[in-house]
Write a protein that binds this ligand. Structure first.
Ligand SMILES: [Zn+2]
Length: 307
């Protein structure tokens, strides 16, 4: 793309983007000479700008936050947090969080390259979360809904006993109150540090969603990058509607495992939202910036008696 004049905060010196100063005007010591057609990146203050990995444009961090972490130039979706998603989706002040103090227990006393107990402490400090999902009831447009939002920053969004239990409880709470349920997934799968306790969450969450469905209540599954393995094999693929953010990686096993198992060549991009919508696994691809509006419209349609 053509070079745009960079925004400045009055801190940087303005440089000509295309015309370097004549040789005799250059300072005696110049560590990084600026080539014609490039700009000097080292003057950019740390933490104010982010380079888009897709289009390589520099984006002002505040602008990126305001655009829900979607690149304003090429719509690349950056990773985001559970709380940022909840803020962007629910009406202000309407979200009531459930099970705020539920924390994982290291039942198996798992030690490997790093102890599970240590990892829990580290990720809790890093993210400010107790585990990899935030659940509660909030209002989207005209509708109250049970909402579970996973956060990939906490141990890769892995599903252990707490994630499974919190999701089961919020779906059951939605069933009891006759509200729709929405789960926003972002996960590498079951949490191996909890062994079979994590695998049991597949059955538990799936049973809660099946019961919710039998009560004629809607469930919308929103897939974000990445949604894989045990999460995709349970609640993420059970939605009455399954929608995805653009270019999300969605799948069960990794490509190498599938290739070795099936002994066949895999089509390019077969684990992307764009590939799967063509084959009917997902119903719609929705940019993050439109998700609230679209969920609100779906709920208008699915809920016969809006409150
Ligand atoms: Zn971009």
């Amino acid at each position: 793309m053509a070079e745009q004049p960079k925004k400045t905060l009055g801190l940087e010196t303005v440089e000509p983007a295309l015309t370097p100063p004549p040789a005799e005007q250059e300072p005696a010591i110049q560590k990084n000479p600026v080539r014609p057609g490039t700009t000097r990146k080292r003057d950019i203050p740390q933490g104010l700008w982010t380079k888009c990995p897709e289009c390589e444009e520099m984006i002002f961090d505040k602008e990126l936050e305001e655009n829900l972490k979607v690149c304003p130039h090429c719509t690349h979706h950056f990773p985001t947090t559970a709380h940022a998603r909840i803020t962007s989706l629910t009406e202000r002040g309407s979200f009531e969080e459930f099970d705020t103090d539920m924390t994982s227990v290291d039942t198996l006393e798992f030690t490997g390259t790093a102890a599970y107990a240590d990892k829990l402490v580290k990720h809790s400090e890093k993210t400010g979360l107790k585990d990899a999902v935030v659940t509660g009831i909030g209002r989207i447009g005209a509708h109250q809904a049970g909402l579970a939002v996973m956060d990939f920053n906490f141990l890769g969004g892995s599903m252990g006993s707490v994630v499974g239990e919190k999701i089961t409880r919020i779906v059951e709470a939605a069933t009891e109150r006759r509200l729709p349920a929405i789960i926003i997934s972002s996960s590498g799968g079951a949490r191996m540090y909890e062994g079979m306790f994590s695998l049991m969450q597949l059955a538990k969450t799936s049973a809660a969603i099946a019961y919710h469905g039998r009560q004629k209540l809607p469930y919308i599954s929103v897939l974000t990058h990445p949604t894989t393995a045990g999460v995709m094999a349970s609640y993420a693929s059970l939605g009455d509607l399954i929608v995805s953010e653009p270019k999300a990686m969605i799948g069960f096993a990794g490509p190498r495992v599938i290739k070795d198992t099936t002994q066949s060549e895999l089509p390019e991009g077969f684990q992307t939202a764009e590939f799967l919508i063509e084959r009917g696994l997902i119903d719609a691809i929705i940019p993050r910036t439109e998700l609230k509006k679209r969920l609100s419209e779906y709920l208008d349609y699915l809920c016969s008696d809006p409150d």
